[in-house]
Design a protein around this ligand. Structure first.
Ligand code: FAD
Length: 506
């Protein structure tokens, strides 16, 4: 007798998705789902004007371009609409020691010669002639320091290795994405959520606004900011606190009028118990001071910020509190947390908006087929935690690998225990300059190498394959690489000129 073939039960597609929160996370998610979620998915977003958004967060990393491209957003339109500027990297001032500076430039270092990365040749050269700044060997670094900008170059040009991101007004970006999402059918409700309704099994069934409106759904995306309205206040998911590794827990932010030059890079200046950011937009410059409340009072932190502003102060300083870490689960029951609701790491390497983006693409990769699947949810959580932890280690490197001893804060950072994975990466690099990027972790070998060197970890050796070049060949290779990059950068337009020509803000 022929057995009936077993079939998978028909799949019930997910129909109703509710996004709680309309900050950068909420509107990025709404825009992406409006474009990419299966046809027929109804997307509703709730935001409260009274509660508002966190209102800071203006520097990004290059992956954001992929997000905009996927949504079909014209880059010039986006830069205009968000008062944006271009970003080629981050300059770190006074981190390794007072008076020292280096840049973490985006993109590629030098050029390849075969199996090993350019930095090994550079290291061999540096061990003979002395360690210098790596910026000149990065098209993005050289252009940043010359205040020039272009969107890359042809394959045969050194400019092909140039990579960039943006500085932008996050509030304007959210508004821009709101227009995009609403045009594609996302329904927005303005109002404060007064109550969260749970089903008998503990899942979220609906949210109730103060107005009495009830909004139900099958999947809820918690983009409610630090409060984590669903993921924490309702589901009590728990939080892994990383303050013992990243001790800063406060920030004070203040916008200023634009101050020339409009640099195509973010600046991070280390202070006695934290660091100060400077983010140039077209219409203003964002300034803020991230600090550790154990070592500095709010008044002191505010005074340091106000004494070190570039440009006329436009508003009163705004204090913010945070706890560095992540939720124990990013997806719990039928709630997925994105943005500040999922966890927070200080903006030292501008990673928060990127984490929203990667959370959205992971959500799409795990889009439920037929109800929620425990194994898939576990894997979503494992991948999210892994991504957070790799970024965390990169940030810890900045604090730990310092020569500064001028304040109790830096003394503590220098002597703290660090995660074993980071310790072995530092040891590996210290020996022969080796670094291995794992899986699809965010920061590249070139990014790590710049920060490892910039923070003062100077390897004792280099990869033996670099010896394939004779001393004379090595001299020529290093010097021609630097010259070719400098020549390619010299005729580029200044950053302000580029903006004025292609994407002036209204
Ligand atoms: P929020 O902006 O807080 O939005 C929360 C939303 O939820 C709001 O719309 C609010 O109205 C809504 N909401 C909350 N409760 C309710 C309720 N009961 N009813 C209805 N609605 C509700 N990121 C970067 O990538 N680069 C940076 O340079 C950077 N700098 C930063 C500096 C600081 C000091 C801080 C704190 C963060 C920074 N970030 C940065 C992070 C970035 O600001 C956030 O990742 C981003 O803005 C996302 O915020 P969010 O949308 O998760 O939360």
């Amino acid at each position: 007798m022929q057995h009936k073939q077993e079939r998978t039960p028909p799949q019930a597609p997910l129909k109703r998705v509710v996004i709680v929160g309309g900050g950068t996370a909420g509107w990025m998610c709404a825009a992406a789902l409006a474009r990419l979620a299966p046809v027929g998915t109804q997307i509703t977003l709730v935001e409260s004007d009274e509660i508002g958004t966190v209102g800071v967060g203006e520097a990004t990393i290059p992956m954001i371009r992929l997000f905009n491209e996927t949504l079909g957003i014209d880059e010039d339109e986006f830069v205009k609409a968000t008062q944006g500027s271009f970003k080629l990297g981050i300059e770190f001032v006074n981190w390794r020691q007072l008076g020292h500076r280096y840049i973490h430039a985006f993109g590629v270092m030098g050029r390849g010669l075969g199996l090993i990365s350019f930095h090994h040749y550079w290291l061999k050269h540096a061990l003979k002639h002395g360690f210098t700044d790596t910026a000149a060997f990065f098209p993005s670094g050289a252009a940043a320091y010359a205040n020039k900008f272009v969107r890359g170059g042809p394959a045969e040009s050194p400019l092909s290795g140039l990579n960039y991101a943006f500085h932008f007004d996050a509030g304007l970006y959210a508004r821009f994405l709101r227009g995009y999402a609403e045009q594609r059918g996302v329904v927005r409700h303005e109002g404060k959520i007064a109550r969260v309704e749970q089903a008998a099994n503990g899942d979220i069934a609906a949210v109730h606004l103060e107005s009495g409106t009830r909004i139900d759904g099958e999947l809820f995306i918690d983009c409610s900011g630090f409060r984590g309205l669903l993921i924490e206040q309702t589901l009590k998911t728990g939080y892994e606190d990383w303050t013992h590794w990243l001790p800063c827990d406060r920030a004070v932010a203040v916008p200023c009028a634009s101050a020339a030059p409009l640099t195509p890079y973010t600046r991070s200046t280390a202070r006695t118990a934290g660091w100060q950011w400077r983010i140039p937009l077209q219409h203003r410059t964002g300034n803020g001071h991230v600090y550790c409340s154990q070592f500095m009072s709010e008044d002191e932190a505010t005074a340091i910020l106000l004494n070190n502003l570039d440009g006329e102060q436009l508003a009163e300083p705004r204090p913010l509190k945070f706890v560095t870490g992540k939720r124990n689960k990013f997806w719990n029951r039928n709630v997925v947390a994105l943005g500040l609701a999922s966890g927070f790491m200080e903006p030292l390497e501008s990673t928060s908006i990127h984490l929203i983006q990667s959370g959205i693409s992971r959500l799409l990769a795990f889009w439920p087929a037929a109800g929620l699947n425990e194994k898939e949810v576990d894997e979503f959580n494992r991948q999210s935690a892994w991504e957070f932890e790799r970024i965390r280690d990169f940030l810890i490197l900045h604090y730990h690998a310092v020569e500064r001893t001028d304040s109790p804060f830096w003394q503590r950072c220098r002597s703290m225990e660090i995660p074993p994975g980071l310790r072995s990466r530092m040891e590996l690099f210290r020996q022969h300059g080796r670094f291995f990027r794992e899986g699809d972790e965010l920061f590249t070998e070139a990014g790590w190498v710049q920060v490892l060197l910039g923070q003062g970890i100077e390897p004792a050796g280099y990869h033996p394959l670099a010896d394939q070049l004779s001393d004379q060949q090595l001299e020529e290779f290093i010097s021609s690489t630097r010259t070719d990059i400098a020549r390619a950068v010299a005729p580029l337009p200044r950053h302000e000129e580029f903006l004025a020509r292609f994407c002036p803000a209204p």
